[in-house]
Ligand binder design. Structure first.
Ligand SMILES: Cc1ncc(COP(=O)(O)O)c(C=O)c1O
Length: 397
């Protein structure tokens, strides 16, 4: 079978329906398709490629480590796990870290920690700990993550899921208060909802959640898997609210765009509920992952990507907010994480932007999520703004 679309569709399970666009190369904020057309990437593999495609320093770390040793089981020590752990713990200001591989595994880990902390530390009866999540969340596709989801279509056919999970509207303090009881172990939220549509929390909401957690001895878990590590112009998106969570969850760009690694970070009083044999992952914290992630964290800081995201993101947001189109309901964002909400399905417009060399994707049907690599330059930002403006303004007439 020669046609790559046919070949892929022939053998792929049917759980995705990709656009007929095949990429073969990426560098910085640009990607190329198999026909040689180039695009400015405003998807970044859903915020995985924050450092830009094929960042030379991250590639170098990958190459060097892969010629040395790639895998050491956690039954032994490796010579770079501790170094990576120190780096990420210092950045997050937490005592301890637990490395996993994918975002959804970090979520599973957090659920386990919350339940165990609930029984061992808070004194909740075994089998009773409850967790509260937000409507419109996206925490992943494994059964624990799905149990936190409010989206019925994600869950249908996959039940029974985990018990004792609740959801409230993002921003609804009154209902949240009414749900908290002596069995509540944790509240989990994304400081900005990504898949949900670049939803920025109402002012003071997350501060109120933090206060409720303190009052009722409940853990606050921040899912920073998509919005963390500079994406929103702060190291962690929850910094916008001036709040520190008890548990940070990281993934996606933690692996520098080329290796899956996720992490759960917490202080000792929380993390120490796990003891040998209670949790683990074969690949979690392997030397290759640590080398790549360590380089990715260095690049994030050394190349000022967080500040860059804040500055260029604000410029792009300002320009997009000037678009004169009846289609637009709202343009919102923080750093290089921007949502353009339309009053119509957004796919047609995304396809038009792609034709004009800007790779965009809609979420929730009607919201265009703009999240280019944080290394994008001013000229590329100007092109992105121009193409999006033209497509949405032309559609007006
Ligand atoms: C906020 C958030 N949490 C968790 C996940 C799940 O991560 P993964 O797909 O790596 O399992 C995602 C993925 O998009 C996400 O956006």
């Amino acid at each position: 079978m020669n046609d790559l679309f046919e070949l892929t569709d022939r053998y792929s399970s049917n759980n995705y329906s990709p656009l007929k666009l095949a990429l073969t190369k990426g560098l910085g904020a640009k990607v190329w398709d198999v026909d040689g057309n180039s695009y400015i990437d405003c998807v970044s593999g859903f915020s995985v490629v924050n450092h830009g495609h094929c960042h030379p320093k991250i590639i170098k770390a990958f190459q060097e480590q892969s010629e040395k040793i790639t895998m050491v089981s956690r039954a032994l020590y490796s010579d770079n796990l501790g170094q990576w752990e120190e780096k990420i713990c210092n950045l997050a200001n937490k005592d301890k870290v637990l490395p996993m591989n994918t975002g959804t595994e970090a979520i599973e880990t957090a659920i386990k920690i919350a339940r165990k902390w609930g029984t061992d530390v808070k004194g909740i009866e075994e089998g009773k700990p409850e967790i509260i999540a937000m409507n419109g969340n996206f925490h992943g596709r494994t059964l624990g993550a799905l149990s936190l989801s409010s989206q019925e279509s994600y869950k249908k056919g996959f039940t029974p899921l985990l018990d004792n999970m609740h959801t409230v509207d993002y921003g609804d303090v009154t209902t949240l208060k009414s749900l908290i009881n002596e069995n509540t172990a944790a509240i989990i939220l994304e400081p900005i909802q990504g898949e949900g549509g670049v939803n920025i929390p109402p002012e003071y909401f997350i501060q109120e959640v933090r206060n409720l957690c303190d009052q009722h001895n409940v853990l606050l878990i921040a899912d920073e898997i998509q919005v963390g590590l500079g994406r929103t112009g702060k190291l962690f998106a929850i910094e916008w609210e001036g709040v520190e969570p008890d548990i940070y969850l990281l993934g996606k760009s933690l692996g520098g765009g080329l290796y899956p690694i996720s992490a759960v970070l917490a202080n000792e009083d929380v993390m120490n509920v796990l003891t040998p044999g209670t949790h683990g992952s074969t690949f979690g914290g392997n030397p290759l992952a640590c080398a790549v992630s360590s380089a990715a964290l260095d690049v994030l800081i050394d190349e000022n990507l967080i500040e860059r995201s804040a500055e260029l993101g604000q410029k792009l947001l300002n320009q997009l907010q000037l678009i004169d189109s009846d289609l637009i309901v709202d343009v919102r964002g923080r750093g290089l994480f921007i949502g353009i909400e339309l009053n119509k399905p957004a796919q047609t417009y995304c396809l038009e932007m792609i034709k004009q060399g800007v790779l965009c994707k809609e979420t929730q049907g009607n919201i265009i999520r703009i999240s280019p690599p944080l290394v994008i330059d001013e000229e590329e930002i100007a092109t992105v703004a121009k193409v999006i403006t033209e497509v949405l303004e032309q559609a007006n007439h």
